[in-house]
Design a protein around this ligand. Structure first.
Ligand SMILES: Nc1ncnc2c1ncn2[C@@H]1O[C@H](COP(=O)(O)OP(=O)(O)OP(=O)(O)O)[C@@H](O)[C@H]1O
Ligand SMILES: [Mg+2]
Length: 534
């Protein structure tokens, strides 16, 4: 299948645009992907690193508290059987020295609270950790609980005497210690740090702790907790989308979470995407503009080349026809000379016919005027007046069903003067007008329009005829080119072309199916005009 020329040319430009843009798009895409991936990896690494540091700090803090509780459990006051008054006095003193302690309780082997510094029930609020301390003989940290003194973390320190756990001493510490740790690791603005106990309840948080303390952490975080930690995507208690890193404190099964709102995490992505979109738009505009300009340039070069070719062709033909006409005229002169001699000797109607035919040699004259071989007599002609006179002196040339109207530039007192050969001028105008008449066999209208623009004068002859088909347009000025068969010689427009060139002018044609306009453009002659001047 062969594409029409314009489609082929357009698909070439489309290919050019794609060829220019595709490598750039791929390059931009890959670069963007790699850089964003790197950037986000940096964020993830930072999250994990912060979570690790935070977890180890929490671990250390809890260990510290356990150590203090173990030292406390070793004091002789807890040697069995205990004296509750002594225990109370000791506990009072410790509470004064340990500002983090909310309360101190003592449980016996049956997990009954035998002493408490504040009004607690007899049974422990979270008995599992008391039992664990009793059975393992090791100090453990209980789940966060809400006691009479508010939220606290119970430490269960076994009181061991003779390798046997005799009591469990349980100081309850406030959560401030962990909040202080959170402050220490300096979480960037907008990030969220959370400490959870081993049940997944929130113990400390750098944001709105009073609202969320003791509550279960978000389901996505719980899942990461059960998985043993790592990076996860979820929502904070407040409902923001986040990416989080969860790290488990090794000795206690507690965990810390560092959360980064996705709006911050994706910010570089958004910024880069906007940047890439803006650059892509600019690139597309620039490339398309460039290619449109290139296409225009190529088209105008094509047109120039075509015009140049036409010019060469006509010049060549002009030269050829000039020579032919010259020879022909010489032949006619010889014939005329001999006819003259013969006429002196004899009379014959045949001789008259020969003379008549030789004198008419119109074709030779046409050829000459095309080739500019005829001796042109250039004079200043006032266009408006001349045109009107010309048209009115050939009324029989124009069919009655054709209206001729004038639209003439008003230039009085200055005339529209051209320097032309008046005979050639008349011929040219008539040739164009006759063509118009031929194209309007069933009647129509011819407008004769003159205009002056700076130093140029234009004469347009416009008809309402059939128009000139596009495919023959480049050939209409060629000598012998006619579509009228035996009714045309094809010399009309070649005469026009020769004349316009002789007058240093140009000619242009506009034509479509509603008619044709031929515009001749001549250099104006600056001359004042006196009507009816001699
Ligand atoms: N106004 C017009 N409307 C339509 N076709 C035109 C017009 N002017 C010229 N043409 C076309 O251009 C061709 C060449 O015109 P040109 O005047 O050179 O030759 P011609 O009119 O065919 O013959 P000739 O003028 O020698 O009798 C014409 O045959 C015609 O097809
Ligand atoms: Mg003609």
């Amino acid at each position: 299948m062969v594409l029409p020329l314009w489609k082929w040319v357009n698909s070439i430009y489309a290919l050019l645009i794609i060829a220019a843009l595709l490598p750039m798009a791929i390059f931009a895409g890959v670069t963007l992907y790699v850089s964003l991936h790197k950037e986000q990896q940096v964020f993830k690494n930072e999250l994990s690193a912060k979570a690790r540091i935070f977890a180890s700090l929490v671990n250390t803090e809890l260990k510290e508290q356990i150590k203090i509780a173990a030292v406390f459990a070793a004091v002789p006051v807890f040697d069995p059987p205990v004296n509750i008054e002594d225990v109370a006095a000791r506990a009072d003193r410790v509470l004064k020295h340990q500002p983090l302690y909310l309360s101190v309780s003592l449980f016996d082997e049956r997990m009954t609270r035998i002493y408490s510094s504040s009004p607690h029930p007899e049974n422990p609020i979270t008995p599992e950790s008391v039992q664990e301390a009793l059975l393992s003989g090791k100090a453990v940290i209980g789940a966060i609980t809400r006691g009479p003194d508010g939220w606290g973390i119970p430490i269960r320190a076994p009181v061991i005497r003779n390798s046997k756990v005799v009591y469990v001493l349980s100081p309850v510490i406030g959560t401030e210690a962990l909040n202080d740790v959170l402050m220490d690791i300096k979480i960037p603005a907008g990030w969220i740090g959370t400490v959870i106990d081993r049940d997944g309840s929130i113990v400390a948080r750098n944001r709105a702790i009073h609202e969320w303390i003791g509550q279960s952490v978000s389901p996505a975080a719980l899942e990461a907790f059960n998985r043993g930690g790592g990076i996860f995507y979820g929502q904070t208690k407040e409902g923001f989308d986040t990416i989080g890193a969860l790290e488990i404190a090794p000795d206690f099964g507690w965990a810390v979470i560092i959360g980064l709102p996705l709006s911050i995490y994706n910010q570089p992505l958004d910024e880069t995407r906007n940047f890439v979109v803006a650059s892509a738009i600019i690139t597309v505009i620039l490339t398309t503009t460039f290619i449109i300009l290139l296409a225009k340039e190529i088209k105008s070069r094509h047109a120039q080349a075509a015009a140049l070719e036409q010019k060469f062709r006509l010049e060549f033909l002009g030269e050829l026809t000039g020579r032919a006409a010259h020879d022909f005229n010489n032949l006619l002169t010889v014939i005329m000379g001999n006819v003259g001699k013969l006429e002196k000797a004899t009379t014959s109607p045949r001789l008259d016919a020969i003379r008549g035919a030789a004198e008419r040699g119109e074709l030779a004259n046409d050829l000459l005027s095309f080739s500019r071989g005829s001796a042109a007599e250039l004079i200043d002609v006032e266009l408006n007046e001349h045109l009107q006179r010309l048209v009115s002196s050939f009324p029989e040339r124009f069919p009655t069903n054709i209206t001729i109207s004038f639209d003439l530039e008003k230039v009085n007192p200055l005339g529209l003067f051209l320097k032309v050969d008046p005979v050639q001028f008349d011929l040219a105008v008539l040739n164009i007008m006759i063509n118009s008449c031929d194209a309007m066999s069933s009647g129509g209208r011819i407008d004769v329009i003159t205009r002056k623009k700076q130093e140029w004068i234009t004469l347009t002859i416009r008809d309402t005829g059939t128009g000139i088909p596009k495919e023959i347009l480049p050939r209409i000025f060629d000598p012998f080119f006619t579509t009228k068969g035996a009714n045309g010689t094809g010399f009309g427009l070649s005469q026009v072309y020769g004349f316009v060139k002789q007058a240093d002018g140009t000619i242009s044609v506009e034509s479509n199916e509603t008619g044709t306009a031929m515009t001749m453009r001549f250099p104006a002659v600056e001359k004042s005009y006196r009507k009816n001047a001699a």
